[in-house]
Design a protein around this ligand. Structure first.
Ligand code: CO
Length: 465
């Protein structure tokens, strides 16, 4: 019997895509025992925006959350999403920081590390991969991930070449990450058949979003074309900007004669558990029902749904919504000038903001953001296609582009020393120090609050005695 396995995303990507990652651990702790027995390939539950959200909004220690997940999901593979050299932040970290972060992630309970780079510059995956191998347990899997996009340079051949490279580097599985949900059934068929022919012995994963309405068609074609694993979300947290529904795929699989290993009773129970959770966040406004709808505009402009809503918010703030169509039409120009970067964090924001600026100023590249300048200098890595010569001359002048890897490789431990000095007695573990290196302001606030809370509790206990 043919096998296709499922990764459940409700705790991470569905949570992130539908409700800005605001689901606290307490809200789903009660269903973890059942999730542990549901038969998923893996449970995506950490990384992405969860780390930032824990510290910034939820007053949770992300490492403690991970340890709790590990404790309550003893039989499951816990999966995280990592932005290569950017870890879970927005800048390149030194290699020693990346290595320590991976060591701690595995130590605290992560099994599968899905690693991607926004530009598919795989040099930015090397450190994370070698650290994963170095600290691997028998359950650890390093998954190499490709940011999927469409452009004249992103051909099937190019993607096959990328898969060969990921395999050569030593990744154990490969994931196609279609963050905008713009991969069509036709493209999925040609891409997956091509990849399977070229590197067939390595498990292939498809990660897509329902944003444009194509995901179910695309997944169906992907299954017919030989995909091994797909990402789905429990049905009440599926659809819209999230993933396709777990139970729906299970139902379709049965008729296909595909074994996905899921326990039907358990997956229904899991969905029943999350229904009131979802309702609570619809009622308090944190889950906007708009994000559950289909957005075909994202398909026309080939941009992720989140990027469109960002642009609308910015233009509304500036009372310039009349320029929306012009800004949308400017996106393909900016993308071409910048060498067709995939529109994923942080590039999606950078390209969107530059397009808006070009239109509002009325002259292209009269103002260039600091981030776009750094990108053109080479600080993020190598662009998929050459950057416009005119733009390069404007930003670089007589200077040569930089090699992002030279900075990354500085191994002085200086980040750890600086973090230790800044935190003093607030830091009690390597995990605290790592949180501070990644998100200094939020971590400082969080650790001060933790200390205050404990002092208050201590006084209370003494009085009671
Ligand atoms: Co996603």
């Amino acid at each position: 019997m043919r096998k296709v396995q499922l990764t459940e995303t409700v705790l991470r990507d569905a949570n992130q895509s539908l409700m800005a990652t605001r689901l606290p651990y307490k809200d789903y702790e009660g269903i973890l025992a059942d999730m542990d027995k549901a038969g998923y390939y893996s449970i995506e539950c950490w990384g992405g925006a969860t780390f930032d959200s824990c510290l910034r909004y939820l007053g949770e220690d992300p490492w403690e959350r991970l340890r709790n997940l590990r404790k309550n999901l003893p039989n499951s593979k816990l999966q995280m999403l990592l932005r290569g050299q950017n870890l879970l932040g927005y800048k390149h970290y030194h290699d020693d920081v990346v290595e320590k972060f991976i060591e701690l992630s595995i130590k605290n309970g992560i099994d599968i590390i899905r690693i991607f780079d926004a530009l598919n510059d795989f040099r930015n995956l090397e450190t994370a991969l070698s650290a994963t191998m170095k600290y691997a347990t028998p359950n650890t899997i390093a998954s190499g991930c490709i940011s999927y996009t469409q452009s004249p340079v992103h051909t099937v051949d190019k993607y096959i070449e990328m898969c060969r490279e990921l395999k050569r580097m030593g990744f154990q599985t490969i994931c196609l990450k279609d963050m905008a949900g713009t991969m069509s059934p036709y493209e999925a068929e040609h891409l997956i058949k091509g990849i399977k022919d070229a590197v067939g012995d390595i498990p292939l994963i498809l990660h897509t979003h329902c944003t444009t309405g194509m995901a179910y068609m695309t997944i169906t074609k992907a299954i017919e074309s030989g995909i091994d694993i797909i990402d789905t979300a429990t049905s009440c947290f599926s659809g819209g900007t999230s993933q396709p529904a777990t139970e729906t795929m299970f139902y379709a699989f049965q008729q296909y004669g595909i074994d996905c290993g899921l326990d039907e009773e358990k997956i229904n129970k899991i969905n029943d558990f999350f229904k009131p959770v979802k309702q609570k966040y619809i009622d308090n406004g944190q889950l906007n029902p708009k994000s559950l709808a289909t957005d075909s505009q994202a398909l026309v402009y080939k941009v992720p749904g989140g990027m469109l809503s960002n642009m609308i918010a910015n233009l509304t703030d500036m009372k310039a919504m009349d320029k929306f169509d012009a800004a949308l039409a400017e996106i393909p120009n900016v993308r071409k000038d910048l060498g067709y970067p995939p529109l994923v964090t942080p590039l999606s924001q950078m390209v969107g903001n530059q397009a808006v600026t070009n239109v509002l100023v009325g002259e292209r590249y009269k103002n260039i953001s600091k981030e776009v300048k750094n990108y053109i200098k080479g600080e993020y890595g190598t662009a998929p296609a050459p950057i416009s010569e005119e733009l390069k001359a404007k930003v670089l002048g007589d200077n040569a582009p930089v090699d992002c890897r030279i900075e990354d490789q500085k191994r002085t431990g200086e980040d750890f020393e600086a973090a230790k000095d800044a935190l003093g007695s607030l830091a009690r573990s390597e995990e605290d120090i790592m949180s501070y290196i990644c998100y200094p302001d939020q971590t400082m606030k969080f650790l001060k609050a933790r200390k205050e809370k404990e002092e208050n509790e201590a006084v209370y206990t003494i009085e009671e005695i």
